[in-house]
Design a protein around this ligand. Structure first.
Ligand code: SF4
Length: 366
């Protein structure tokens, strides 16, 4: 194996082996609107939105991962490392604020978030990372944004070239789908991938459900039914992401020689201010964090009974179908136009250059 290939394998990057690759963020965009995907990822048109929350998330995940990579073991020591890293990242952070006071407040919120993470999860997760590192395998466990991926075989109807005009003999039989987690730790009999996210709002009912059967299954399948009024793009994307992450963790598990472990996927929100308590007189902020394990609402009992693995045949099938639609260039939004117009167009950064949207506005005016 070459030096480059060894480094890729250690860090979880898939080798550039000529296989078509799609990221889960691209799939999420496609689920909201295929035309939006085309603008963003085929035409490479930049959306103009600036996103302060994305910057804050980037700073926090780097600060926390620095602490997890250090020798710090207890909550206080982890917080000390993370806050030191946060300080240097924040000093270099260029963002316009209304006042010095506002900038100070934003920093206090980030510091409170770091402390809440270290108090709630830091010690246990740092110990879990160290436990996996003791396997002695040369595998990167801590990111930020450590890559994981899975390959999916496209449905026969795609590789057979019968879906639309762009499908031809160059349509691949398999594609690689990429996702990331910020770190992986060992927890008892489980290997857990953790991803920091801005908030949990996009998870919808997944936050409150612990089983696939019932309304999670109905919501997911209805989202893909063109006859159904249900539109839950973010919920569908979260389940597809869970499928990718769990498969990526299974590959990692084998590299670590821990084939008997269960794989789990957890998200922790770092830019959610709903739990923040601000004392404006003292200038202090306190907050708390909640983690959501997406494994339970993802796993369907039928697949689990057959494989004893956390799998979901319905989600995996949809993942392959969506990937196939993307690689065969199916970007026409008309088959779900009413839903897209109602749910995706109002906050779309591409509306001014979108022919479908402009046409609908003209129709409205006429
Ligand atoms: S304006 Fe609407 S139809 Fe056009 S790309 Fe955006 S979401 Fe899609």
């Amino acid at each position: 194996m070459s030096d480059r290939a060894e480094a890729d394998a250690r860090d979880g990057r898939s080798p550039d082996d000529g296989v078509d690759a799609i990221s889960i963020d691209e799939i999420r965009t496609y689920l909201h609107c295929p035309r939006r995907y085309e603008f963003a990822h085929v035409d490479d048109l930049e959306a103009t939105d600036s996103d302060g929350d994305a910057d804050r998330l980037r700073i926090l995940r780097r600060a926390i991962c620095a602490a997890l990579r250090s020798d710090a073991a207890d909550a206080d020591a982890l917080a000390e490392v993370a806050l030191e890293r946060l300080s240097s990242l924040w000093d270099a952070h260029d963002e316009r604020f209304h006042s010095v006071e506002q900038r100070r407040h934003e920093r206090a919120v980030l510091e409170a978030t770091v402390e809440a993470y270290c108090d709630s999860f830091g010690e246990q997760h740092a110990a879990g990372c160290a436990r996996l590192e003791r396997t002695g395998e040369d595998v990167a466990l801590i990111g930020p944004q450590r890559p994981l991926s899975r390959r999916v075989s496209l449905p026969d109807v795609l590789s057979g070239g019968s879906m639309d005009g762009r499908t031809d003999e160059r349509t691949p039989e398999t594609v690689r789908i990429d996702a990331t987690v910020d770190y992986v730790y060992g927890d008892g009999d489980s290997i857990v991938g953790v991803r920091f996210v801005p908030t949990l709002a996009s998870l919808g009912l997944l936050r409150y459900r612990s089983r696939w059967e019932g309304d999670v299954e109905a919501t997911f399948t209805d989202h893909f039914d063109p006859e159904s009024p249900t539109v839950e793009s973010d919920v569908a994307a979260a389940l597809l992401e869970t499928s990718i992450v769990l498969e990526g963790l299974r590959s990692l598990r084998e590299r670590l020689g821990l084939e008997d472990r269960e794989c789990r996927y957890v998200q922790i929100p770092l830019v959610d201010r709903s739990n923040a308590a601000v004392n404006w007189v003292r200038g202090t902020v306190e907050t708390s964090l909640e983690a959501v394990d997406l494994t339970e609402p993802y796993v369907d009992e039928v697949s689990y009974a057959m494989s004893q693995q956390h799998r979901n045949g319905t989600v995996d099938d949809r993942l392959a179908t969506v990937a196939g639609r993307i690689v065969t260039g199916r970007f026409d939004p008309s088959d779900r136009w009413e839903a897209i117009e109602r749910h995706a167009c109002p906050d779309c950064a591409y509306a001014v250059c979108c022919p479908e949207y402009v046409a609908s506005e003209v129709r409205f005016d006429g």
